[in-house]
Ligand binder design. Structure first.
Ligand SMILES: [Zn+2]
Length: 245
């Protein structure tokens, strides 16, 4: 047995006091409180992105704490925390209260830097012809971990033209799947009738982000099924937008 958990009312009072402390004007905030300090940003996605960018060696441990936000949870918020964190407490209203003297580190600039870095690092040129093998190349070294394997994603317009392409860069940043990099490289809504081709079936996080970015209908075609639990119950599946290639 581990340490006894504090009673829930105590954690919720602390969360309300931190919301009040970090966003006294009622602006949006997301944060995680740990023994070592408080990490905060203006959105759940920026918090997780910034923590992985700024602290790649300990991000996994930091994000085991409950991510708290004063905004209602979006599908993207929920999925980001499921894939890259642990628990989400959303819609927490601020209330005055004492907070412990912990250092607060704002992660918005780290999230912006992460975006610039990974948009550049994920650049790939799309070859002509059948893309199947290119989307999911076989690893050249046997002991490569699954998440370090190259996975590529391509956005095609309704006419089949290549609009954008990206590789995953998540060797040291858990959030940086090919689809997120693709969305940030494109940096616009996905046009009606677009298709996303991807080497590995979308996880819940990427599926939620693709649905969120789609202006109309979207088709997603994957090469290999995602064997883990995050490939199931994604936002794409109830829409019927996802199929094997
Ligand atoms: Zn993903």
């Amino acid at each position: 047995m581990g340490k006894r958990a504090p009673p829930p009312w105590s954690a919720d009072d602390a969360a309300r006091a931190w919301v009040h402390h970090l966003a006294p004007d009622g602006g949006s905030v997301a944060f995680v409180v740990r023994r070592q300090g408080v990490w905060a940003a203006r959105s759940v996605a920026d918090l997780v992105d910034g923590v992985w960018h700024a602290h790649p060696d300990v991000a996994h441990t930091l994000l085991r704490g409950r991510v708290v936000t004063n905004r209602p949870a979006s599908e993207v918020d929920r999925a980001v925390v499921q894939v890259c964190g642990r628990k989400l407490g959303a819609g927490v209203r601020g209330a005055p209260g004492a907070v412990p003297p912990l250092e607060v580190r704002w992660m918005d600039e780290a999230a912006a830097a992460s975006r610039v870095l990974h948009v550049a690092a994920s650049e790939v040129a799309v070859p002509a012809g059948d893309l199947r093998a290119w989307l999911r190349p076989a690893p050249d070294d046997a002991p490569l971990r699954h998440r370090d394997r190259p996975i590529r994603a391509v956005l095609l317009g309704a006419d089949g033209a290549v609009l954008a392409a990206a590789a995953n860069t998540n060797g040291r940043h858990r959030m940086r799947h090919a689809e997120l990099n693709l969305l940030q490289r494109w940096a616009k809504p996905l046009p009606d009738g677009a298709t996303v081709l991807v080497g590995l079936q979308c996880c819940r996080m990427c599926a939620a982000m693709l649905v969120d970015a789609a202006e109309g209908a979207l088709a997603v075609r994957f090469v290999d099924p995602e064997p883990g639990p995050f490939g199931r119950h994604t936002a794409l599946q109830p829409k019927g937008w996802e199929q094997a290639l």
